[in-house]
Ligand binder design. Sequence first.
Ligand SMILES: [Zn+2]
Length: 207
Amino acid sequence: MDNVLNIPALIILDVKENDIDYHFTVETVAKPSFCPRCGGTNIVGYGRDVQLFMDTPMHGKRVGLHVKRRRLSCNDCNSTFFEPLNDMDDKHRATRRLIGYIENRALYEAFTKIAGEVGVHEWTVRSIFKDYMNRKQEAYHPATPRFLGIDEAHLFHKYRCVLADVKERTIIDLLPNRNASTVAEYLRKHATEPDQDRLYGYVAALS
Ligand SMILES: [Zn+2]
């Protein structure tokens, strides 16, 4: 039965199901061997709390993992803490694989639909997607093209400015419109220091 979840760190103690949900009661295989705060090994059990983490749907049903999570206390630094759960995201009370599942689907499906299917609140989906976008944004470092192509595209009954890397044949950005002031502002904002002077004449001509 332990293989059903495919999370080796967890033991399944009980499973219940109805038409729309699976409820697994689980606990970790082993208790942690050191304190996450001081690294000390003088730690003792301090009871358990049951915490619910949602997981990816299985056989078309939502999956809830009720984790009987150990509370521990460290005799070296006198702190108390919950055992770490490496497969779980504590912030969103979901398994990491559910986070990945939501991130992928939120790109092209309604948040409310996803929320209903996996059994979390719409706000949780929103929050997961926001975190995902922030991570993407931080990792995004566009290279300055050797030749910048400036063109227009007629999209959704509106002309928009398209900026492209001519040599690499890739789209760099899409501006909300093709007004000279919009384009000039964009170039001004994105030009690096040495380019500022060279761009100045060009931007002045546009404005
Ligand atoms: Zn400690």
